[in-house]
Design a binder for this molecule. Structure first.
Ligand SMILES: [Zn+2]
Ligand SMILES: [Zn+2]
Length: 284
C-alpha cells in the first residue's frame, strides 16, 4: 500500500514538473512588439506558437537582448532576422546578432549586397525575391517594394493563421501598390515620421530637409493619416505609428494629426518608441 502511495506521489510530481515545463515553453509573447523605432535604431519582434523572428536589427545585439528580456523572450529562441533595407538604423546589430545566434538573415539580393558593403561582413543569408510570398515557419511573408533611398527597400505583410500584419516604414510616399498590399490587415505598423511644418522650421541643413520630404524619404503624419483613413476597416485591431522623428515630430502631434484624418473612425492607435519598448499586441 505504502509503495502504491509513493508511486502515486511520484506520478503527481512528474505531472507537475511536466506542466511547469509546458508553461515555461509557452512563456513569451505570441504577438508583436516594437523594441525600437526611429532613426537611431529599429528592431521589431514577432512571435507565434512556432516561429520567432526579428524584423530589422538596428540596435546593438546587447540592447536588443535587453529589450527582448523585457517581453520575456530569450534571444536564443529567435529563428531569423528579416530585413527591410540596409540603412544603418535597421542593420547596426545585425551581423553580431545573426552570428552569435547562428540564425539566417532574410533579405532580398540587393539589400544583402548593401548589408555586406555597409557592415563589411557577410552573415548567412536566405535570399527572398521582392514581390514573391515565401514561408518561414508558420509565417507567410510577402515583401513588397516601397519608395526609399536604398537599393531595394521593402515593407512586409506577414500572415499567420488568419491574422495579417502590415509593417511599412521608411517610405517617401504611398504608392497604389503599398495601399493595395496593406488592405485587410488586422494590425498595422505605419510610418508617421514628421510634421511637415516642423521639418521646414527645424535647424537642420536644407539637404536633410529635402531628403526627408522627398519622394524617397519618409512619410509625414498627414500622409500616414490619409493612408490609414483609406485602410480602415472593422477588423483593424491596432495601429502603431512608427519611426517618429525626434526633432520634427512628437507623439502628441502625430496622434492628433492621424486621428483628425480618421475623422471619428474608431481604432486603437499607439506610438512606437525609440528609447524603450512599445506596447505589445497579442495574436488571438
Ligand atoms: Zn529608418
Ligand atoms: Zn531608411
Amino acid at each position: 500500500m505504502k509503495g502504491m502511495i509513493a508511486a502515486i506521489k511520484i506520478l503527481y510530481l512528474l505531472l507537475l514538473i511536466g506542466k511547469a515545463m509546458q508553461m515555461s515553453c509557452a512563456t513569451g509573447l505570441i504577438g508583436f512588439c516594437p523594441l525600437a523605432s526611429g532613426s537611431k535604431g529599429n528592431a521589431l519582434f514577432l512571435g507565434t506558437e512556432k516561429t520567432r523572428i526579428l524584423i530589422d536589427a538596428g540596435l546593438s545585439a546587447k540592447a536588443i537582448a535587453d529589450r527582448l528580456s523585457q517581453i520575456d523572450i530569450d534571444p536564443k529562441t529567435l529563428q531569423a532576422i528579416l530585413v527591410t533595407h540596409e540603412h544603418t538604423d535597421h542593420i547596426a546589430g545585425l551581423a553580431v546578432l545573426a552570428h552569435r545566434l547562428n540564425i539566417p538573415v532574410l533579405a532580398n539580393a540587393e539589400t544583402a549586397k548593401g548589408i555586406i558593403a555597409a557592415l563589411g561582413s557577410r552573415p548567412r543569408f536566405k535570399i527572398f525575391a521582392t514581390g514573391e510570398t515565401f514561408c518561414f515557419g508558420d509565417l507567410e511573408v510577402h515583401p513588397f517594394s516601397i519608395p526609399h533611398d536604398t537599393f531595394d527597400p521593402v515593407a512586409f505583410t506577414i500572415t499567420c493563421r488568419d491574422i495579417k500584419m502590415g509593417i511599412c516604414a521608411d517610405l517617401g510616399h504611398v504608392t497604389s501598390m503599398v495601399q493595395k498590399q496593406l488592405e485587410g490587415c488586422d494590425f498595422l505598423y505605419l510610418e508617421a515620421n514628421h510634421q511637415i511644418s516642423m521639418v521646414h522650421s527645424c535647424a537642420r541643413p536644407q539637404v536633410y530637409k529635402n531628403r526627408v520630404l522627398g519622394k524617397q524619404g519618409h512619410l509625414s503624419n498627414d500622409e500616414c493619416g490619409k493612408l490609414l483613413e483609406r485602410l480602415h476597416h472593422p477588423r483593424l485591431q491596432h495601429v502603431y505609428l512608427a519611426h517618429l522623428s525626434s526633432e520634427c515630430n512628437t507623439p502628441e502631434v502625430a496622434l492628433d494629426v492621424v486621428r483628425r484624418h480618421l475623422n471619428g473612425k474608431e481604432v486603437d492607435i499607439s506610438i512606437s518608441y525609440q528609447d524603450k519598448i512599445s506596447k505589445s499586441v497579442i495574436f488571438k
